[in-house]
Ligand binder design. Structure first.
Ligand SMILES: [Zn+2]
Length: 256
């Protein structure tokens, strides 16, 4: 039975994976992400349910649009598979004891899924636009705060450390708003600081936080060297930070 549960988790992950593509495309354009149906960006044909089944649709259509035959990038398929694998990894990372889960395990898993969703959309948008989307970040911070309040109520954790993180975030947010008002321009540096504070608030082990930050510098550098051939001069630092934070949490839970 446990294996069926793990397969279900994998399938849920793939659904999230296909949602990320849509969210990264629509959020920066200010489009609705929940109500409107997906369409092919080439022929504008509305996609039916049978076109939207993660992994299966891609493979059965051999990576092409059903209506115009335009090639669909393999990246979509990979993202769905990776998301499925991350969900399976979180099952082991949060040490779920099938079939009797404790409320701590379930709440830990839900908070990780929300952390993963937030980070994935942030890294996708950062990769395309070199910009940390503050609405998505705010969503992540709200989810995190609810989780911390939950832990405070049920496990009596101290909220002191989390309060400091929230205060720093608030100061950075005010600074960013102030600069935008004055110079009508986004400050990437402040946005990155906000993202780092958000990640640190979730990763409570100092060594894992340090490891994640070093990994994020490495990932950003590798990505930069890879992209330099295409004359891209700006580095999507948030992309590296988000990936290494997800990995940091998954690996960190197993070590501790
Ligand atoms: Zn098409």
């Amino acid at each position: 039975m446990e294996i069926i549960f793990i397969i279900m988790l994998f399938c849920m992950g793939t659904v999230f994976g296909s949602f990320f593509t849509l969210a990264v495309y629509r959020i920066p354009l200010g489009l609705d992400i929940t109500h409107e149906r997906s369409f092919c960006p080439n022929c504008n044909h509305r996609l039916e349910f049978k076109d939207l089944i993660p992994i299966f649709s891609y493979l059965s259509l051999k990576g092409k649009c059903r209506y115009c035959g335009e090639k669909v990038r393999i990246r979509y398929l990979l993202l769905e598979v990776v998301s499925g694998l991350v969900f399976v990894a979180s099952y082991f990372s949060y040490k779920l004891t099938f079939p009797f889960f404790t409320i701590e395990q379930i709440s830990g898993l839900i908070s990780f899924v929300l952390f993963y969703v937030t980070n994935s959309i942030i890294l996708g948008i950062d990769k395309e636009y070199i910009q940390i989307n503050k609405k998505v970040l705010l969503f992540g911070v709200i989810c995190q705060t609810i989780y911390m309040l939950f832990l405070y109520t049920f496990e009596k954790i101290s909220l002191y450390r989390y309060g400091i993180y929230l205060l720093i975030l608030l100061i950075l947010f005010c600074l960013d708003t102030y600069y935008i008002r004055r110079k009508s321009k986004n400050y990437y540096f402040i946005q990155i600081l906000m993202l780092i504070v958000y990640e640190l608030a979730f990763i409570d082990n100092l060594w894992i936080a340090l490891g994640s930050m070093i990994a994020s510098v490495l990932i950003s550098l590798i990505y930069y060297i890879y992209k330099r051939s295409k004359k891209q001069t700006k580095i999507p630092v948030g992309f590296g930070i988000a990936i290494s934070s997800i990995l940091g949490v998954l690996i960190g839970n197993i070590i501790i």
